[in-house]
Design a protein around this ligand. Structure first.
Ligand SMILES: *Cc1c(COP(=O)(O)O)cnc(C)c1O
Length: 511
């Protein structure tokens, strides 16, 4: 006697039920925006979601992003092992906390922070450079406000001076935390902040000047040393105390290994804080950034919260509370595993790929290279004839080969320049670069073959007037066709490119 039948007929009837594609779950409609009433088996859930995700782009071929898409299997394993740890439970996971502290110190030393042998560096891990920049910006704002208050001066109109090439997170900081962003405009052929113009824009309400080491748009390093020297002079002349923040999101792990002689970091006295994305050239998957301060004095104590309800007293300065511990473990793995030697070799390989790509593109004769040889390993290029739509079309054509290469217009005052950008990450080696070049050539061929002009239409209308239905004017007369009744309908309607313009703010969130 069967006491209970808990499975549906289908599930218990035969072994075929164990094959997801033979089950009804593959055909059942899924409510998209509401939670389904019934549970489904785990293998069916896995397969359904896995299959839908097949339609995402391939991360390895996504050349739009600086963010890491490949790590060693050993590190994948470590990160999986740490997946169920909440980083914020520092008292429960003291070793993870210790690893983050080691990373902060490693980075501070890499950036030449004046940290004594027995001293600890000041800094935190964040979700990315955006959070790091919010924290650094808040520290500058607080410090400036405290100083102004002490001097009995107004402290309600803080501003930051940056180049118009800043990443969108600076605009977010400005809007969310009510700081005016004063952007130095770019010009054709000069796509980074001009230090002379920046210093001219500084006033008594400037909480910091933000320089970028590795412009998001073309990878170029801004001249932080020149900015520092000009600002030192300006501070002496005015009696102000304007500091510098370096947004080294992409360049922070490039410059120390490829250009150790380049002075852009804490070697310059006015540089008070630096952010870097661990998930860019720090070589860790998405979810980690860092911010380090020159010294304790540069991080106002009132921004630090001390929590003790998870155990011992823990200082924290972050925007979020809980977050995964895996990226911190991944970052520490990379430092330990690669060492300076490994990072240098990885970056050299990236530069070599960038060189191959740049030279290959130059040979094609149609492009002008907009990125610099020195800087982030990326190749930004524009069509020589400045045909805006060609860049977008090439970007689209490359998609058919699997490559994601973004095209975008430059910010003010270089909006008329449209560029394409290929970011070289460590997993884009010579073989792939050569393939990419050959696909660019094929795509260019397709662009030439595709008529870009509006189609010419010729048609003849034969009119044989019949008495009565074309008026009563006899044989002579004019046929009137209302303009609204004539239209052209292409056989394959297709949107070539959609440009999203916001009335205010950045149009692109390239990262
Ligand atoms: C990527 C980037 C950011 C934002 O960093 P996330 O780590 O993605 O938050 C900020 N500034 C620059 C210069 C960048 O390249």
């Amino acid at each position: 006697m069967v006491l209970s039948v808990v499975h549906s007929q289908e599930e218990s009837s035969s072994s075929i039920a164990s094959c997801v594609f033979a089950s009804r779950y593959i055909q059942d409609p899924l409510p998209r925006y509401k939670m389904p009433e019934r549970s489904i088996p785990k293998d069916a859930a896995y397969q359904i979601i896995h299959d839908e995700l097949l339609l995402d782009g391939n991360p390895r071929l996504n050349l739009a992003s600086f963010v890491t898409t490949w790590m060693e299997p050993e590190c994948d394993k470590l990160m999986l092992e740490a997946m169920n740890k909440n980083y914020v439970d520092m008292d429960e996971y003291p070793v993870t906390t210790e690893l983050q502290n080691r990373c902060v110190n490693i980075i501070a030393h890499l950036f030449n922070a004046p940290v004594g042998e027995a001293e600890k560096a000041v800094g935190v891990s964040t979700v990315g450079s955006s959070e790091a920049i919010m924290l650094a910006g808040l520290a500058f704002k607080k410090k400036w406000q405290n100083k102004r208050k002490a001097e009995g001066k107004s402290y309600d109109k803080p501003n930051i001076v940056t180049g118009a090439n800043v990443q969108v997170c600076w605009e977010k900081f400005a809007r969310y935390f009510e700081v005016e962003l004063k952007e130095v405009k770019l010009s054709e052929g000069y796509y980074v902040m001009d230090p002379f113009k920046a210093v001219q824009m500084v006033d008594e309400n400037t909480i910091c000047v933000a320089a970028i080491l590795g412009s998001t748009l073309n990878g170029e390093f801004e001249d932080v040393k020149l900015l520092n020297d000009l600002l030192v002079q300006n501070n002496t002349n005015t009696g102000w105390d304007t500091p510098i923040h370096v947004d080294a999101a992409s360049g922070g792990f490039i410059a120390p290994f490829l250009y150790p002689e380049l002075e852009w970091d804490f070697r310059l006295p006015l540089v008070k804080s630096i952010n870097v994305s661990g998930h860019k050239y720090g070589l860790v998957y998405a979810g980690i950034g860092w911010v380090v301060w020159r010294s304790k004095e540069d991080l106002p104590e009132e921004l630090i919260f001390h929590i003790n309800y998870l155990g011992a007293d823990q200082p924290t300065f972050t925007l979020n509370f809980s977050k995964g511990a895996s990226p911190i473990v991944g970052q520490y793995y990379q430092f330990l595993r690669l060492g300076s030697e490994g990072y240098k070799k990885v970056m050299q390989n990236c530069m070599e790929s960038a060189r191959l790509l740049r030279e290959g593109l130059e040979k094609m004769g149609q492009f002008e290279i907009v990125s610099k040889v020195k800087g982030i390993p990326l190749v930004a290029f524009a069509f020589k004839n400045q045909n805006k739509s060609l860049a977008f079309k090439l970007s689209k054509a490359l998609r058919h080969y699997g490559w994601i290469v973004p095209a975008y217009t430059m910010p003010a005052n270089a909006q008329h320049v449209t560029i394409l950008r290929v970011v070289i990450r460590e997993d884009l080696g010579r073989q792939l670069v050569e393939k990419l070049l050959s696909h660019v050539e094929c795509a260019l061929g397709e662009l030439v073959e595709t008529p870009t002009m509006a189609p010419k239409v010729t048609f003849t209308i034969k009119v044989r007037p019949t008495k009565g239905n074309l008026g009563s004017g006899g044989d002579g007369g004019t046929l009137h066709v209302p303009a609204t009744s004539l239209y052209w309908e292409p056989e394959n309607p297709e949107v070539i490119h959609k440009e999203v313009q916001l009335s205010d703010g950045k149009t692109k969130g390239v990262c």
